[in-house]
Design a protein around this ligand. Structure first.
Ligand code: ADP
Ligand code: ADP
Length: 227
C-alpha cells in the first residue's frame, strides 16, 4: 500500500530524514513514535506529498511520489490526513466542512456529499451537531469531525499526526476510541502518537524514529517485549 524507500530530506543544510525505509501493507496499523523533533511528522507529511523530499521514493498504491509526472493532488485525495490541530474551516458549518472536498475534489453532488457526511458524523457520535460551527464544539468533537471529513473521501489509508496531543486529557479517549474502531475495521493506518496504550491495543507494528532515522521497525509484541 505504502512503500517508503530510502527517503532523505533536508531543510536547507539541516537533514531532517536520513535514508528512511519501511512498508505499510493493506490493513496494517503502524504507530510512529520517538522524541520530539525526530522527523515523525515530516515523514508522514512526505507520504501525503505535503512535504517534498530530495532523495528516495514513496510509492502509494502503486504510484510513485518522486515521479515528476505523478498527479500529487490525486494521491492526496486518496490519503486521509488528520493533524494535531483540527484545521476545520471555522466559517463553515460541520455539514459544509464534511461536504466541501467531496464536492470539489471528488465531484459528488451536494446531496450525495451531505448524505455521506451525515452518515460519518453519526458514526463518530456527532449527528446532533451537524449545523454547528467548529468553534461551538469541544476539541475532541472537532477532532472527530476532522476524522469523519477525512473518511468521507474514501481514503485507502489514514495518516494521523499526533491527533490527541492538542486535546485536554479528558477528550483524548473519545478520539482514540474512533481510531481504535477504524483500526479494528481493517483501515490501513499510519499514526504518529505518544499514546502507547493505543499502540498496545491495535498497532501491528511500531516504528521508532530518532534524529531523522528509523531506528526500530518491528512487530508490536517485539517492541513492547511481550514475546
Ligand atoms: P517530530 O514530528 O518528530 O516532532 P518534525 O518532523 O516535526 O518532528 O520535525 C523534525 C525536525 O525538523 C525538527 O527539528 C523541526 O524543528 C525541523 N523542521 C520541521 N519543519 C521544518 C521547516 N519547515 N523548516 C525547517 N525545519 C523544520
Ligand atoms: P507538527 O509537529 O504538527 O509538524 P510543529 O510545531 O513541529 O508541528 O510545526 C508546525 C509548522 O512549523 C510545520 O509546518 C513545520 O514544518 C514548521 N516548522 C517546525 N519547525 C520549524 C523550523 N525549525 N523552522 C521552520 N519551520 C518549522
Amino acid at each position: 500500500m505504502i512503500s517508503i524507500k530510502n527517503v532523505s530530506k533536508w531543510y536547507g543544510n539541516f537533514q531532517v530524514l536520513t535514508d528512511c525505509t519501511t512498508e505499510v501493507k493493506k490493513g496494517d496499523v503502524v504507530v510512529v513514535c520517538g522524541p520530539s523533533g525526530s522527523g515523525k511528522s515530516t515523514l508522514i507529511k512526505c507520504v501525503n506529498a505535503l512535504e517534498p523530499f530530495q532523495k528516495g521514493d514513496i510509492v502509494v498504491d502503486g504510484t510513485s511520489i518522486a515521479d515528476p509526472s505523478t498527479n500529487l493532488p490525486k494521491i492526496r485525495s486518496r490519503v486521509g490526513m488528520v493533524f494535531q490541530h483540527f484545521e476545520l474551516f471555522p466559517h463553515l458549518t460541520i455539514t459544509r466542512n464534511l461536504a466541501l472536498a467531496q464536492e470539489k475534489v471528488l465531484g459528488r453532488s451536494k446531496d450525495e456529499a451531505m448524505t455521506k457526511g451525515l452518515a460519518l458524523l453519526e458514526r463518530v457520535g456527532l449527528k446532533d451537531h451537524a449545523h454547528k460551527f467548529p468553534g461551538q464544539l469541544s476539541g475532541g468533537q472537532q477532532q472527530r469531525v476532522a476524522i469523519a471529513r477525512a473518511l468521507a473521501m474514501d481514503p485507502i489509508v489514514m495518516l494521523f499526526d499526533e491527533p490527541t496531543s492538542a486535546l485536554d486529557p479528558e477528550m483524548v479517549n473519545e478520539v482514540l476510541d474512533v481510531m481504535v474502531e477504524l483500526a479494528q475495521e481493517g483501515m490501513t493506518m499510519m499514526c504518529v502518537t505518544h499514546e502507547m496504550g493505543f499502540a498496545r491495543k491495535v498497532a501491528h507494528r511500531v516504528i521508532f524514529m530518532d534524529k531523522g532515522h528509523i531506528v526500530e521497525d518491528c512487530a508490536k509484541e517485539e517492541f513492547f517485549g511481550d514475546l
